[in-house]
Design a protein around this ligand. Structure first.
Ligand SMILES: [Zn+2]
Length: 324
């Protein structure tokens, strides 16, 4: 389906998460006109969720003084795995009711315009590429540190997708053979060490195993340790928090090196809740990177944090819709 020519040429960007769905309405230059967030309520099933999405989009364009017929294209990002080329969500850990859902067709039928469908990390990656930390480069790699590690690769200005759109699953790069078991079934994935959840989990395991730390009080009081707790206690000089952070930073640095050798990006961008740790984490990643990287040639790659925050997904989805 070709991009529809409407008076306004509005672009819609949709970012689906397990808890919330964020939707943005953009003009043709990707300027955000209005955005909204609705609860996903994935257990109500795909039909009900898509219906709710369409109602929210209708409200959003009306509030911007337009109608649905002013939309020229839409983009949507969802967690994988999916057959992105066929437009079908195959399965989702956070949305068990979503099995073999032809999401692209359902949306384009409701909006009467073409819809692009991609992985949530790819969409956020593309958002940062066009409007955030990737501005001004042609080759960029993006990592988002959350429950898992999502990733996206932009090469020569384009997202790298692979044969079914599931390329760039770099969180499942094995960095320590026979290492920690990952949720995916492999052992030693970088995600099993350095995601926000696994950083917190390694801290919890160490405290439970009897290592001395000011984090013990947190565990006793809250029943759990978060990655934020780890960085808070790092700042107050806790030795275990430093050890856990160092291991996370080292795993991420190895990931950066392996990625550099695969795609030679100009910039590697980290996103997700864990970047709130700030320079204390970023500088450790850079230290390990410089320590471990080959010496055959000098690398000038920049490693930095994302700048768009939660809007990266809707911006990227709208940008992909524009570029289709
Ligand atoms: Zn894995």
């Amino acid at each position: 389906m070709a991009i529809r020519n409407s008076m306004a040429n509005l672009l819609i960007g949709i970012d689906v998460g397990g808890t919330n769905i964020k939707i943005g309405c953009f003009d043709t230059r990707l300027k955000l006109l209005k955005k909204t967030s609705i609860t996903t309520d994935a257990n109500t099933g795909p039909q009900a969720v898509v219906k709710k999405m369409l109602t929210a989009i209708d409200d959003l364009v009306r509030e911007s003084s337009f109608t649905l017929s002013d939309i020229s294209a839409a983009g949507i990002g969802t967690p994988g795995p999916a057959d992105y080329k066929a437009g079908i969500i195959i399965n989702s850990t956070n949305m068990p009711a979503f099995k073999n859902v032809p999401i692209r067709q359902m949306l384009s039928g409701g909006l009467h315009c073409p819809v692009v469908f991609d992985n949530d990390a790819n969409v956020a990656c593309f958002g940062e590429f066009v409007a955030g930390a990737g501005k001004g480069v042609t080759d960029m790699v993006f990592f988002t540190l959350g429950t898992g590690i999502g990733a996206g690769i932009v090469s020569e200005g384009k997202l790298l997708r692979g044969i079914s759109g599931n390329a760039a699953e770099l969180g499942h790069t094995i960095i320590y053979p026979d290492g920690r078991l990952c949720n995916c079934g492999q052992k030693g994935c970088v995600e099993a060490y350095a995601s926000a959840s696994n950083t917190a989990k390694r801290a919890t395991e160490a405290v439970e195993a009897g290592e001395k730390s000011s984090l013990k009080k947190v565990l006793d009081k809250n029943g759990q340790i978060t990655s934020k707790d780890v960085y808070d206690h790092l700042k107050t000089g806790d030795k275990l928090a430093k050890k856990i952070t160092d291991e996370t930073a080292k795993a991420l640095a190895i990931l950066c090196i392996n990625t550099l050798h695969a795609t030679e990006p100009q910039r590697i961008v980290f996103a997700g809740g864990m970047i709130a740790a700030g320079d204390i984490l970023l500088n450790r990643i850079k230290d390990y990177f410089n320590q471990q990287i080959w010496k055959l040639k000098k690398e000038t790659i920049e490693i930095c944090f994302a700048t768009l925050g939660e809007d990266a997904g809707i911006i990227g989805a709208a940008a992909l819709a524009k570029n289709q």
